[in-house]
Design a protein around this ligand. Structure first.
Ligand SMILES: CC(C)(COP(=O)(O)OP(=O)(O)OC[C@H]1O[C@@H](n2cnc3c(N)ncnc32)[C@H](O)[C@@H]1OP(=O)(O)O)[C@@H](O)C(=O)NCCC(=O)NCCS
Length: 549
């Protein structure tokens, strides 16, 4: 059959009859509405076949309605290409339409970036747009088995394959071991920038000019003080409180100090809180440490840089002015740069999920910091140190690796959800650690760590699973050499990550597509049950740990 006349006829008459996947004739697209025609042509051959199978009498349907703009182009399919007065034989129509489709595939009318889905439960076919390598989960809701069906959902525990936002902040290629902030490779930023420059980059999208940087540093420096009531609040913690617990609780407590922080829809108020938070997190972190070791709190010193001032608040004793070792201050600044953001990790996701309720940023950052505290996330660096202590010496490494391979324990500081290659941050930390050791002397745990890495990287178990050292593997050793106690490691992570969380929050608050985060569930519990009065209830099996021993 010569296709061109068939399709030309369709164009000439401007009538293209469409049907839904159940083979139901919906009408035709009018001359005036060429976008609908295009929408109708947005269809798949499989859909036509489905319609034909389901409704072989389609060609005989009487009376046409004008479809107008198809409410959802993916629900309507072309069945033939003629008007009602020039009906062709059904078989011919179908074949023509099919051929027209194969002709148009890849042509200007057939969108390339689409996905055709056939629901084998109903034999219906749907087409959904593909954008940035994703389909929208809500596009699946139209896929139903009947009117009472809620519609298809995706099930993705732990977000293994779900993009929850569009973000222009951080780019990671886990297979190639690439990490970039706003397009700049992490290696370049670590070498050429200060942490505050990088924080500005994350939050504002560009590196600051000299003037902007001066103002930014001034603003942050002049927001490092804590309200005296916050100091008193911290004094109330138990002497042995974990610094991370104090950090999280005190950030949350700032919500009570700054009621204006609730104006989350105001861009200027948001920026005000961002400056406060970035300025105050080192002060809170340092106070957590001083409280933990029983030393008096030290007030910020505005003459010092961000990291020098942090070191001052941590370690100043009776000297009139604290002088930080420049190599240690720079190494800490590099560590802050490396930890500043890491796209949609567990804590960034917590920040976005909690922030989506439009709560103030202190409560949202406290939630993100809570997520960071877990040993599978930011708590891993502390666990690495415990692990190295447990191994004790290089000679015990093979036995430890054996236990890991048998599945009894995990090698802390190894493995990553995204990196299936050497974590680029771990490489920089290894280099930076050498600069620190030149000042502090070598941390003997480094030899155990290097031996662990050497054996693991040669071992089939780790090679097959693409398990490489992550950022936490060497950072703990470095922190310890600098004089930090392991309990402080996650707090050190949280200080710079506050900038990343806030950048994610800013993006969330300005994204018109975002709403309150609210996942769906697959309900696996009982259907409706009859209430059982107290005297009729039977003992039920309790979770093993109840009552608590
Ligand atoms: C980071 C982490 C949570 C990522 O987890 P994930 O993406 O869910 O990866 P999985 O747990 O599915 O791991 C895949 C496989 O590697 C194994 N694996 C992952 N990390 C491992 C580790 N550190 N030691 C030993 N085996 C590990 C898993 O047991 C699993 O093996 P299997 O396929 O035989 O079941 C995980 O690698 C981990 O727990 N690492 C240690 C903690 C850590 O360093 N966290 C800091 C992250 S920056």
């Amino acid at each position: 059959m010569d296709l061109v006349p068939v399709f030309s006829a369709a164009l000439q008459y401007r009538h293209i009859r469409v049907a839904d996947g159940a083979g139901f004739a919906l009408g035709s697209v009018t001359e005036e509405d060429s976008s609908s025609k295009e929408a109708a042509i947005w269809s798949a051959p499989a859909a036509i076949e489905t319609a034909a199978k389901k409704s072989p009498g389609l060609g005989e349907m009487e009376g046409e309605q004008h479809l107008g703009l198809a409410p959802n182009p993916t629900q309507h399919f072309i069945t033939d290409a003629c008007d009602s007065d020039h009906r062709l034989d059904w078989e011919t129509d179908l074949a023509s339409a099919m051929l027209v489709f194969s002709e148009l595939k890849g042509g200007y009318l057939m969108p390339e970036n689409t996905l055709t889905i056939t629901d084998n439960r109903t034999n219906k076919t749907y087409m959904v747009p593909v954008e940035n390598g994703t389909i929208r989960a809500v596009d699946l809701r139209q896929i139903k088995t009947g009117p009472d069906d809620f519609g298809l959902m995706t099930y993705d525990p732990a977000f293994m394959n779900t993009a929850a936002c569009k973000s222009a902040i951080t780019y990671i290629d886990g297979d190639k071991g690439i990490l970039r902030y706003r397009g700049y490779p992490i290696e370049v930023l670590a070498e050429r920038c200060t942490f505050l420059e990088v924080a500005y980059l994350l939050l504002c999208g560009e590196l600051p000019t000299e003037k902007e940087l001066k103002q930014w540093v001034y603003d942050i420096t002049h927001h490092t003080m804590l309200h005296e009531t916050t100091k008193k609040f911290m004094e109330g913690f138990r002497y042995s409180a974990h610094p991370m617990s104090m950090f999280v609780s005190t950030i949350a407590a700032l919500s009570s100090v700054y009621p204006d922080a609730r104006l989350v829809r105001s861009a200027s108020d948001r920026m005000h809180q961002i400056v406060r938070l970035i300025g105050k997190v080192p002060s809170i972190a340092a106070m957590s440490y001083r409280h933990n070791v029983g030393f008096p709190y030290v007030y910020p010193d505005n003459d010092l840089s961000y990291t020098e001032n942090f070191m001052n608040m941590l370690w100043k004793m009776v000297e009139p002015k604290y002088v930080a070792h420049p190599a240690i201050a720079r190494a800490l600044d590099i560590l802050f740069i490396l930890h500043a953001d890491h796209e949609q990790n567990c804590s960034a996701n917590a920040m976005r999920a909690v922030g989506s309720s439009e709560v103030d940023p202190y409560l949202a950052v406290a939630s993100a910091a809570s997520a960071l505290a877990g040993p599978l996330h930011g708590g891993a660096n502390e666990e690495v140190l415990k692990m190295l202590d447990e191994i004790g010496s290089k000679d015990n490494v093979p036995a430890y690796i054996k236990k890991v391979k048998e599945g009894h324990i995990k090698l802390m500081g190894f493995g990553h959800r995204i990196y299936k290659n050497y974590d680029p941050r771990a490489k920089i930390i290894r280099w930076s650690a050498e600069q620190v050791f030149d000042v502090t002397g070598r941390n003997p745990k480094l030899d155990i760590a290097l031996e662990l890495e050497r054996i693991a990287l040669e071992d089939d178990y780790f090679v097959k699973r693409k398990l490489y050292p992550n950022v936490d593997f060497y950072s703990g050793i470095m922190y310890q050499a600098m004089g930090f106690r392991p309990e402080m490691f996650t707090v050190l992570f949280a200080i710079p990550r506050t900038a990343g969380w806030l950048a994610q929050w800013q993006e969330l608050m300005t994204d018109p597509e975002q709403k309150i985060a609210r996942p769906r569930q697959i309900y696996t519990g009982y259907g409706e049950r009859e209430f059982v009065p107290l005297d009729k209830r039977l003992p039920a099996p309790m979770p093993a740990a109840y009552p608590a021993d």
